[in-house]
Write a protein of this length. Structure first.
Length: 133
């Protein structure tokens, strides 16, 4: 049988030498992660990113760069494909109040699941990647 698949855009905001991560409690552990949005079947990646940028009130002059660096495939009951972007910004606004700024140099001190850790490290290094997790 053909496995069902879902597609997502995984995005990571970078500001100077810091990245913006979310935090949640899992089994009384603080775990850090970057967010995803489910890919709309009628929109292209760029259109989804543009919607995302609007959601965070980011104008073109605030975005220094954004690029897709790779894909991650998470296999379980269904195949989940993640198209992974890093969005570099040169200022922070109130839309980021739910995020925590983490220095890329201190990242190893933050607890993350393997999925987020692998993707985030590839994105920070700006390495092109295609991985299965």
């Amino acid at each position: 049988t053909i496995k069902d698949k879902e597609e997502y855009v995984y995005y990571l905001f970078k500001y100077d030498d810091k990245i913006l991560l979310k935090k949640r409690n899992i089994n009384s552990h603080e775990m850090y992660y970057s967010e995803t949005i489910k890919l709309d079947k009628i929109l292209f990646h760029d259109e989804m990113i543009n919607e995302l940028l609007k959601k965070f009130n980011l104008s073109e002059d605030v975005i220094s760069n954004y690029d897709m660096y790779g894909c991650a495939l998470l296999k379980d009951k269904l195949d989940r494909h993640y198209y992974c972007y890093m969005i570099e910004i040169n200022q922070i606004n109130e839309s980021f109040e739910d995020f925590e700024m983490v220095s890329v140099y201190d990242l190893f001190r933050y607890e993350m699941d393997d999925f987020n850790k692998k993707i985030i490290f590839h994105l920070i290094l700006k390495e092109k990647f295609d991985i299965e997790i």
